[in-house]
Write a protein that binds this ligand. Structure first.
Ligand code: PAN
Ligand code: ZN
Length: 195
């Protein structure tokens, strides 16, 4: 782990940071129960365990005062009519905010609170998104053929609660909008996503 202040570049074209510490890959199998069209999910998985998104992280102590940061890359594609997306999570310390800065691509952040509020905000290059404390968040690539690339930063002691979303899903889903760029629909399986 670095013990002195540092900078890093984000090479144009890939935005894969120089000198990252950790590379995470998430595939179809990691998204079991999350996509609405389960037949399409299984058919796709029969072909290949497709890579959906990747995260490049810098290692920092997971304590208050530190800021965890890295790059998230969601690849383009759909399962049925639903776009490739991240698992999404609440932070274990619910009262934790997070900043996303979009570097490339077209997408949205789907967000909701335990109290039932929800929001969908567009991500496009040059836009900064502030995810308020208490809001679960999932990034979705609504583009045709381009990666959705964001820089993120959040407090070191935030932790991640994936279980709540794995069990319930998000209240809103992002699907192909036909003539529109995308559509936001109610998740008919909200509350029992992994069954
Ligand atoms: C991001 C996310 C990243 C991948 O760093 O972790 O975009 O999404 P999932 O963690 O939902 O798989 C972040 O929000 N960290 O807190
Ligand atoms: Zn987060």
């Amino acid at each position: 782990m670095r013990t002195e202040p540092y900078t890093f570049g984000l090479p144009s074209g890939t935005f894969i940071p120089e000198n990252y510490d950790n590379h995470i890959e998430r595939r179809l199998t990691d998204m079991k129960g999350q996509y609405l069209d389960q037949d399409a999910y299984r058919a796709m998985l029969d072909q290949k365990d497709t890579l959906l998104y990747e995260v490049y992280e810098f290692k920092r102590p997971e304590v208050a005062g530190e800021l965890l940061h890295g790059i998230s890359i969601v690849h383009p594609g759909k399962v049925g009519s639903e776009y490739f997306m991240t698992k999404g999570h609440f932070h274990s310390v619910l009262e934790t905010g997070e900043i996303y800065y979009c570097l490339q691509g077209q997408g949205v952040m789907v967000m909701e609170t335990p109290e039932g509020e929800w929001a969908v905000e567009e991500l496009r290059p040059g836009r900064v998104l502030y995810v308020l404390p208490r809001w679960a968040h999932r990034s979705v690539n609504t583009g045709q053929d381009e990666d959705l690339i964001t820089f993120f930063v959040y407090p070191g002691d935030a932790g991640h609660d994936y279980g709540t979303i794995e069990q319930k899903g998000f209240r809103k889903l992002i699907v192909d909008g036909g003539d529109e760029a995308f559509s936001v629909i109610d998740n008919p399986r909200w509350g029992n996503a992994d069954s």
